[in-house]
Ligand binder design. Structure first.
Ligand code: 5GP
Length: 186
């Protein structure tokens, strides 16, 4: 019997670029499951444990690292974020496609493990637009926003290993472009 494994699609982009909205819409347009990451960051208003993230303590996260439970993990703005090995392998081994929304370091590590994974980076039209979006979102204090902007600048320098970079200057257009890239691959 031949089992065709599910494909891995990775979407990354700086905080505030709209990748959360893009991923939600993409999940309605393509045939894939979303991989829920684990994090030590506190939930934002409206975020649901087990749906947006598995929210855990630093102690629990470190235990999971020791137990080799992550495919990849990273520290982003002083919090841990990790992709569950079991979750992703269970999905792709059933022949189902999986969507990961993770940072640039995570994407790099996933590409090393799964060279056939499709990597898409969502870029802002400019850093100024990104700054304003983060301020308007009102989910973080200004010091956290400044830190996230610094990370975004660093991330942008590393995007050449992505298969596609899509600029989100028009949300509907960006969603269509992401969908097209994915449908070419899956
Ligand atoms: P946020 O705090 O805004 O939800 O996420 C912060 C950053 O962590 C984003 O760039 C997001 O894509 C990334 N991220 C979320 N889950 C994971 C994960 O499992 N692994 C890695 N490496 N990054 C993640």
């Amino acid at each position: 019997m031949i089992i065709i494994k599910g494909k891995i699609v990775v979407i990354s982009g700086p905080s505030g670029v709209g990748k959360g909205t893009i991923c939600k819409r993409i999940m309605e347009l393509i045939n894939a499951k979303f991989s829920v990451s684990t994090t030590t960051r506190s939930p934002r208003e409206g975020e649901i444990n087990g749906k947006d993230y598995y929210f855990v303590s630093t102690e629990v996260f470190r235990e999971k690292i020791k137990n080799n439970e992550f495919l990849e993990y990273n520290i982003y703005n002083e919090n841990y974020y990790g992709t569950s090995k079991n979750e992703v392998l269970d999905i792709i081994n059933k022949g189902i496609n999986v969507l990961l929304e993770i940072d640039v370091n995570g994407a790099y590590n996933i590409k090393k493990i799964f060279p056939e994974a499709l990597l898409i980076y969502i870029a802002p039209p400019s850093m100024e637009v990104l700054r304003q979006r983060l301020i308007d979102r009102r989910t973080e204090e200004i010091s956290v926003i400044e830190n996230r902007l610094k990370i975004a600048e660093e991330e942008l320098k590393m995007v050449e290993f992505y298969d596609y970079v899509i600029v989100n200057d028009d949300l509907d257009k960006a969603i269509l472009e992401v969908k097209e890239c994915i449908l070419k691959k899956i």
